[in-house]
Design a protein around this ligand. Structure first.
Ligand code: ARG
Length: 541
């Protein structure tokens, strides 16, 4: 659906030659939208702005969309969208469960790297954020018709498997009885053992070599650890209601065969150099190099990401790469992108973005920790939120808290505040949606068309509704879900003012029908908007 502000911008731009930077009006008496385009044009031309505004308006035909535009103050142009235009849009939204979202003309392939927990460790609060944010991006981009390929870059390779497998052998541990929580305890025991016993440390090292050489019994235990971990991750994903499946798993180990050829390629072309026995790439502007192979001949996190990126470009045919991790990894990804551009693995036409998020803090404003001082488990957080609300509401609360601030910012996990049903919370939006659903149910008739928008409160709701497709598009382009949250909160607030001031069920005739249709449009947009955030929108609470 072509949005009204989008259409207005396009028309003004074609007449003015510059982007009008259309903004919602700051006060109702200024209409619905404002632009300072005439002021900017006048400045560069050295002419009186009001005159420039008049000339511009004379060239423009907005009559089908707007009331006659007004020139205000020094030369602002104020626009008021015609009621019948807003009514037509609201009517469309009332009839469209997709709430006016249309597929883009040329779909892109977008690969999103998110969640990416580590084998034999429970997901911690950091994984909560990447999982929720990545899921939201997936939903948003899919709603716009993009081809989204999620990639769960599970940490399933590395030196830790040496000690894990040796510890299992030492304890004669029955793997059938092990779950992910048990595997994590095993991890802690193995770690302590490693520190205390030099002989064990030697065996663990030898076991890493056996794993890398593909020794069958070693591989078998390693695979069991992966299976146990996957089952644990899947329980958490089910609990979170995210779209990730086993098909999206592309663990670090899946790139093992690519590592050696990549090193050779980069060394041959002089992009990588040997330094102190290690193979590295130096990147302008960064102190630490990208390490392709360490001095012991081992491959690690950096080179695995080079391989993963190459796979996503060459085999998955990505047009856009998105990585969602903790903000502290930002430098890692900037260097990764730089090396891959240099190597030609990341061609000009492919965009690469790292979306870093802030930390989840406890009430004491410090990173959320377990009693043992490690990052808190995701399941504990869910449990805590569920002490304050039913599971579906608790989940809405968590997801909304996670998405409604700028992602880069830290936020305080406050289960009492975020489960409240008033204020800027997920449950408040769920209630707003359920309230609409109940009104429609009690009406006992199917909503028809929005035909009248006489009351200011009706106008405000319709105007908010008309912005939805635009907001979604912007959020998908900028990857800033807090803007969608803010929009939905605004819509819910506008609806609430409307509902207090404009009787719906007790009104009659055409007014009743029109208001019911407006309610239906709000319901559709709220449901779709919440769905894009990964939040359920039940009809009753
Ligand atoms: N496994 C890592 C962690 O838990 C995150 C991996 C992120 N993705 C990537 N391609 N490096 O911190």
């Amino acid at each position: 659906m072509q949005s009204v502000p989008g259409e207005l911008s396009a028309r003004i731009e074609s007449a003015a030659g510059i982007d009008p930077q259309l903004r919602p009006a700051t006060k109702p008496q200024f209409g619905h939208y404002q632009t300072n385009v005439a002021l900017r044009l006048a400045k560069s031309a050295g002419r009186p702005p009001r005159q420039v505004a008049e000339e511009l308006l004379a060239k423009l035909d907005l009559d089908d969309l707007c009331e006659p535009p007004e020139i205000a103050g020094p030369g602002f142009i104020n626009l008021r969208v015609r009621s019948r235009v807003l009514a037509a849009i609201a009517t469309k939204l009332a009839h469209d469960p997709l709430a006016g979202l249309e597929p883009v003309a040329q779909p892109k392939t977008v690969v999103i790297d998110y969640s990416s927990p580590n084998v034999a460790k429970q997901m911690h609060v950091g994984h909560l954020r990447t999982t929720i944010i990545g899921d939201c991006f997936t939903r948003l981009l899919r709603a716009l018709g993009e081809r989204v390929i999620p990639q769960n870059h599970v940490g399933d390779w590395g030196r830790q498997f040496g000690m894990l497998i040796e510890q299992i052998a030492d304890e004669r541990l029955d793997l059938d009885s092990l779950d992910l929580a048990g595997a994590e305890e095993l991890y802690l025991r193995a770690n302590r053992h490693l520190d205390a016993d030099a002989d064990f440390a030697d065996r663990a090292r030898a076991r890493v070599v056996a794993l890398q050489a593909g020794d069958p019994p070693t591989i078998a235990v390693w695979q069991r650890l992966i299976a146990i971990s996957k089952a644990g991750f899947n329980q958490t994903y089910a609990r979170l209601g995210v779209l990730l499946t086993d098909d999206d798993i592309a663990g670090e180990s899946s790139y093992n065969d690519m590592l050696e050829p990549i090193c050779r390629d980069l060394e041959d072309r002089g992009i990588a150099v040997v330094d102190d026995g290690a193979l590295i790439v130096r990147v302008d502007g960064f102190d630490a190099p990208v390490i392709l192979r360490n001095s012991a001949g081992g491959y690690g996190y950096d080179v695995t990401d080079v391989a993963a990126l190459k796979h996503r470009v060459d085999d998955l045919r990505a047009d856009r790469l998105i990585y969602v991790t903790d903000a502290r990894q930002h430098e890692h990804f900037l260097k990764l992108f730089a090396v891959c551009r240099l190597a030609g693995y990341l061609p000009e036409g492919v965009a690469a973005e790292h979306v870093g998020y802030g930390m989840v803090l406890g009430a004491d404003q410090r990173p959320f920790k377990t009693r043992e001082g490690t990052a808190a488990h995701l399941d504990d957080l869910l449990d805590e939120a569920e002490q304050n609300a039913a599971p579906a509401v608790a989940l809405a609360a968590i997801k909304y808290a996670d998405l409604s601030n700028q992602l880069q910012k830290d936020y305080v996990f406050d289960p009492v505040r975020m489960t409240q049903t008033t204020g800027d919370t997920g449950p408040y939006l769920q209630y707003a949606h359920a309230r609409v659903a109940q009104v429609l149910k009690r009406a006992g008739q199917v909503a028809t068309d929005v035909t009248r928008l006489e009351e200011p409160a009706e106008q405000t709701v319709a105007l908010a509704l008309s912005r939805f497709p635009d907001v979604v598009e912007q959020v998908a382009a900028t990857l800033q879900p807090h803007r969608l949250c803010g929009y939905l909160y605004e819509l819910a607030s506008a609806f609430s003012v409307f509902y207090e001031n404009c009787p719906v069920l007790s009104s009659e005739g055409a007014t009743r029908e029109s208001r019911l249709a407006l309610c239906q449009a709000v319901g559709n947009v709220m449901a779709k908007g919440l769905n894009l955030l990964g939040i359920e929108a039940p009809d009753r609470m």
